[in-house]
Design a protein around this ligand. Sequence first.
Ligand code: AR6
Length: 186
Amino acid sequence: MQGIKTYLNRAVVVTTGDITTFEVDAIVNAANSSLLGGGGVDGAIHLAGGPAILEECRKIRSTQYPEGLPTGQAVATTGGRLKAKHVIHTVGPVWQGGSKSEDRLLQDAYRNSLTVAESLGVKTIAFPAISTGVYGFPRDRAAKRVAEVLKQYFSTPRTIQTVYLVFFSPQDAELFIREADSILDQ
Ligand code: AR6
């Protein structure tokens, strides 16, 4: 997996592609609270990973989260048929104009996903651009929030070696780099 730009001593790799094809220990799913699937990257992950993922999601719902997974939280399932061993499902915020804690909730989603990954011994993890599709979070603003989380996260030694930020289009990756450079390139 080639990156188009790396940051923080190569701990963060900005790249493009279909996240379901990534050979990493874990991929993150931009899910919804139901954990029962949806469109976008969620649909693609369930389609590529097969029914084992949904089965585990249903179990998590019935045991841990009968009301659904709250926004900003994260849980792990098998990767099923994916090359990734684990899928970490998180729920990003729906954009409502910016005054409903969307920034903090987006950062919670990334941070809690990293914490779950650590607990599984994950060394390499790939994130899609959570909330920037159907949920409507502005891409430029999301880039800054993600950069802040990663900068802070890697300011202490970590067992996670590489975080891939996977963008569907080169334009999205370029936009991320433009917004995040001033935060990560120091
Ligand atoms: N690989 C990498 N990135 C992708 C892929 C892929 N295969 N498919 C889409 N993207 P979205 P959200 C990008 O809408 O905004 C679902 O229905 C896409 O270009 O998937 O968090 C869930 O069930 C965009 O930049 O997630 C929820 O209901 C980014 O992934 C809801 O959508 C996120 O877009 C979550 O909305």
